[in-house]
Design a protein around this ligand. Structure first.
Ligand SMILES: [Zn+2]
Length: 191
């Protein structure tokens, strides 16, 4: 039987399925590798949840179809998600998180855009590195989902009550709706 939203909320999905385990005082390369492994697993977990909670989840945004790039250099400070050449992609900038992991930082902050930073559901996140990375992944995955859905919309069609113009906006209401579901079911309750 398919789990209900409440099952997902109350069940195993409350726990992040994986933790970053690493020896003390890791090198930059070791920390980067551990974070990449975590992000891959976390993306898979979030896509499973997203398929359950987002009606009409676009199949193009499955884990195997998603082009994932990890940047570890300080120069690439901006994470992104969306659609390029007709394919969904996610690019994660990991430098800050590698630094945090190397410093043994246990309490981190994932900043959100000023417009939503104080929102109870989709605002700034404080917690473990895993929880912050989970929020980062949810943010960028939501962009990939948003653009995959938009690609199938006509100018007059509505999805989740939003028109194509709303789906074009980077952090507009259509994106916020998708991100809100991911944050609620995959991130906010996670330890
Ligand atoms: Zn964004």
């Amino acid at each position: 039987m398919k789990p209900t939203l409440r099952d997902i909320q109350m069940g195993n999905n409350e726990q992040l399925s994986n933790k970053i385990t690493i020896k003390k005082a890791p090198t930059f390369e070791e920390a980067a590798e551990a974070i990449k492994v975590f992000c891959n697993e976390e993306l898979k977990r979030q896509i499973v949840i997203a398929k359950r909670v987002i009606k009409g989840y676009p199949p193009q945004t499955s884990f195997s179809n998603l082009k994932i790039t990890y940047h570890t250099s300080k120069r690439f400070y901006k994470s992104r998600g969306g659609r390029r050449g007709g394919k969904p992609f996610i690019t994660l900038s990991l430098y800050k998180w590698i630094q945090n992991l190397m410093c043994g930082e246990s309490h981190c902050t994932f900043d959100e855009y000023a417009l939503i930073e104080n929102d109870r559901q989709i605002g700034e996140v404080n917690g473990s590195i895993e929880k912050c990375l989970s929020a980062l992944i949810a943010h960028e995955l939501s962009h990939a989902i948003q653009h995959a859905l938009k690609a199938n919309m006509s100018d007059s069609s509505m999805v989740f009550g939003y028109n194509k113009t709303q789906f074009k906006k980077p952090h507009g209401y259509a994106w916020r709706y998708i991100y809100g579901l991911l944050r609620k079911y995959a991130v906010n309750e996670a330890k």
